[in-house]
Design a protein around this ligand. Structure first.
Ligand code: ZN
Length: 70
């Protein structure tokens, strides 16, 4: 049985970048559902933890607003 993908927050401790991903399927897309390095400073040792409810809501809202402006 497939494990549903979990929303995750990635944190860069070099430049304070952070991003939350909410995978829509278990096919993870690099840079969308998953970060292997910081998009700002290319630091490759990102911290990764389960996203909080606030972060999930904010990410959903941002996705919604971006789509509306396309
Ligand atoms: Zn960084």
């Amino acid at each position: 049985m497939p494990i549903p993908p979990q929303p995750r927050t990635f944190l860069c401790n070099v430049c304070d970048w952070h991003g939350t991903t909410i995978p829509l399927s278990d096919c993870l897309v690099m840079g969308v559902d998953w970060y292997s390095h910081c998009p700002k400073c290319s630091n490759e040792t990102l911290e990764c933890r389960a996203a909080t409810r606030t972060e999930i809501m904010r990410t959903r809202l941002n996705d919604f607003l971006q789509r509306r402006h396309d």
